[in-house]
Design a protein around this ligand. Sequence first.
Ligand code: SF4
Ligand code: SF4
Length: 366
Amino acid sequence: MADVSEDPIVAEQALPPRSPRSAAAVRLPIWAGWAGGEFAAELQRRDLGALVRGPTTTLQVNVGKLCNQACHHCHVEAGPKRTEIMPPEVFDAVLALLARSPELTTVDITGGAPELTPGFRHLVAGARRLGRHVIDRCNLTVLFEPGMEDLAPFLADHEVEIVASLPCYGPDNVDAQRGKGVFDRSIRALQLLNRLGYGGGRPELPLHLVYNPLGPSLPPPQDVLEKDYQRELDERFGVRFDRLYTITNMPIRRFADQLRRSGRDEAYMSLLVSHFNPATVEGLMCRSLLSVGWQGQLHDCDFNQMLEMPLGAGGQTIFDLESVAELAGRPVATGNHCYACTAGSGSSCGGALSAGPDRASLTSTS
Ligand code: SF4
Ligand code: SF4
């Protein structure tokens, strides 16, 4: 596809610039900003109760903000000049918590480009020795950074699941969102991973792609888009992958700034609020995930971490927590940004949370 206006799915759901009519469509009785309490009140109004944690099975480790890219939508505000990276003592504390918490079956490593942080491979190898499943949230282009020549074989040798962003199967949208030349390098990276055995349906070498909309719209149905991606990437580039995850853009940090600058923040909020889907609440990732920041601070999810919202169970660091078992049944810290996880089909690090409403209802945004 050539650009966003030619993408029928994206164009269909795109928001108009803010107008008196669309601003009035915001259903929040009091606009309290992204950190307001309307989301919690919505759960109460719908008899869904407060959001509480279940058993914690995934430890999501954000090792810092260093990245070789600086994408427009990045909720981490990562980039090549960021210096915040996880120090060795926090990596060791993560491994120690894993050893003390057998219910943590998965370690999900994110950043920035997590592979650029010294200590990444120590964490991968240590978690695998402890028998845990490891996910690397990889931006693909990092595989071609200086010093990363052996990264792809390292990931394959340790049977690390790769979850990689590719917001379109054509170059223009990807380069517009992620930087010039990113699409070509991403395709080359996927071809390299395919040669190593990734994406061919082998359970030990899973390769999943992530789609997020270019702008302030909801993602299209995941299963439909997955088939499009599989067909287009195979026919055009011979690329194979296992699953496509659709993720809603979280209106915080860099993307929130973009929305404000273009005057579309309230319209986007209206879209998210008006498409609240109660069927997504049960599967929200904050029920089963614990997020660790680069300094060892704990949060209910990576988005809360970026908003510096402490764990709903009370401010703690990884050095204070004996076992994740003590978090079960404790409250999740929520804010109005949580509407991004419950809109339409829902959104999480593993993609959509429910089949969601039909496509026609996703277009009635104003
Ligand atoms: S590759 Fe990921 S972490 Fe890096 S700037 Fe882009 S969105 Fe942010
Ligand atoms: S942003 Fe999403 S994952 Fe995070 S606390 Fe809110 S609902 Fe849960």
